[in-house]
Design a protein. Structure first.
Ligand code: URA
Ligand code: CA
Length: 433
């Protein structure tokens, strides 16, 4: 096989075979196919697309390019949740203990990552003593015992995706539905998921800005999963404004605790119950979505969801008493209120910009080396559609700096108030199975 022939075949809009796609991914991973040919191929895919079979083949070739996590020692169906990313998205912290409480095994491998706040591990590390540096055997033992454990990323997962994503980034080929779907799904499958629940965000603060694009991506990922033997479904949810109220590490842990107690923000609670119901259903712990939801609602009511969080934290060295005394989490030295400059309805809270304001406080990492401040961040006091009076607080700023003028400026730019009545945005647009 010659790469140039495969580039031409795709350029002319023909479908590639399983063997041809394996040849491309293997050759690119081992370096025998140079970047310039891979770039040309990616651009051909960008313009001509891939059919369902090609997308599944690409995904599996990338899965097989590196290590695959073996979770077969864990009893039950391992369901993973993946979000395409948003601002202040506390759902992972809520969902893990929540579904574990009803018997779904949560074997999470997680990273730190760049962004407006830290990743799931950073957030959890705001609980004193909690750590993810555990051996594989211990990880498996904990999931079997408590139904939930988190381990730091290790091994060489999907090296082909790493290399290809970096190349796409500089060749104008990131925004191809087939390539994005393959990239995301390959990572989930290599991490050992039997079934996958996807939270595809849509709106100004999301990777996919329009409902149409979000739906197309969701369909692409669901069909890849189902084509390679992993039960997969997707929820399309709103990211026109941040989810919940808190954006920050310790602040989101506190928000997760509130939500597990049944006292969390309405949108975060609803999205967690929706995603959680699908996880419980795919794990075959309930025979319908309604039954799954009732199980989860009961776990919140009877305290078992909160208790599952406590047990999980303690099993990995953390101080579990934070679930009863969240004031033990890192606290910022100062708080400031962002006061509304006029009366009206909150009409816009640009998620990306609010995220940037949280980063200015030190809640996130700009580069791999940056230190993050676990205590700082933002808590929204108003969401889109709510009324506000002049002088009322729109946001509480938790800071370890005394001067937050730049943060306030950024927040004023990102929150709009209108005289006309504004409806609350839809939270869940679609469920795709
Ligand atoms: N996120 C990924 O992991 N891969 C993509 O290609 C795009 C977003
Ligand atoms: Ca939040």
């Amino acid at each position: 096989m010659r790469m140039v022939d495969l580039i031409e075949k795709k350029r002319d809009g023909k479908a590639l075979t399983t063997e041809e796609i394996q040849f491309i991914i293997n050759g690119f991973t081992d370096g025998s196919i140079p970047d310039y040919q891979m770039s040309a191929w990616s651009m051909a895919v960008y313009f001509k697309g891939m059919n369902e079979q090609e997308r599944a083949d690409l995904t599996m070739a990338m899965v097989e390019s590196g290590d695959q996590i073996d979770l077969s020692m864990i009893e039950g169906i391992k369901v993973d949740k993946h979000s395409t990313g948003g601002v202040g998205d506390t759902t992972t912290l809520v969902l893990g203990p929540l579904v574990a409480a009803v018997g779904v095994p949560v074997a999470k491998m997680s990273g730190r990552g760049l962004g407006h706040t830290g990743g799931t591990i950073d957030k959890l590390e705001s609980v004193k003593g909690f750590h993810v540096e555990i051996e594989n055997d211990e990880f498996i033992r904990l999931v079997n015992k408590n139904k939930i454990a988190v381990i730091g990323q290790s091994g060489n997962l999907t090296p082909a995706d790493k290399k290809l994503y970096a190349l796409r980034d500089v060749t104008g080929t990131v925004n191809s539905i087939g390539l994005i779907a393959g990239s995301i799904m390959s990572k989930k499958i290599a991490a050992g998921a039997d079934a996958i629940v996807l939270d595809v965000k849509t709106g100004a603060g999301a990777f996919m800005k329009t409902l149409e694009d979000s739906e197309e991506l969701a369909h692409a990922m669901v069909s890849i999963g189902n084509n390679v033997g992993r039960n997969t479904m997707a929820v399309i949810s709103d990211m026109s404004q941040p989810l919940g109220y808190a954006i920050g590490n310790a602040l989101e842990v506190k928000e997760a605790i509130d939500t597990l107690k049944g006292e969390g923000p309405e949108d975060l609670t609803e999205l967690s119950l929706t995603l959680g119901s699908h996880m419980v259903y795919l794990a075959k712990k309930a025979s319908s979505l309604e039954e799954a939801r009732t199980l989860l609602e009961n776990a919140i009511k009877d305290g078992s969801a909160l208790n599952s969080f406590k047990i999980f934290l303690e099993a990995q060295g953390g101080d579990g008493s934070v679930v009863d005394q969240p004031e033990k989490l890192p606290q910022a030295a100062h708080t400031f209120e962002l006061e509304a400059k006029e009366d009206g309805y909150v009409s816009e809270i640009i998620a990306d910009e609010v995220g940037t304001a949280a980063m200015l406080l030190g809640a996130g990492r700009a580069t791999k080396e940056s230190e993050i401040d676990l205590a700082v961040g933002l808590v929204l006091r108003k969401k889109i559609g709510e009324t506000v009076a002049k002088g009322e607080s729109l946001v509480t700023i938790y800071s370890n700096f005394e001067d937050v003028s730049k943060v306030k400026e950024k927040l004023y730019e990102s929150i709009a108030i209108s005289k006309e009545k504004i409806e609350k945005p839809t939270l869940i647009y679609k469920e795709i199975m």
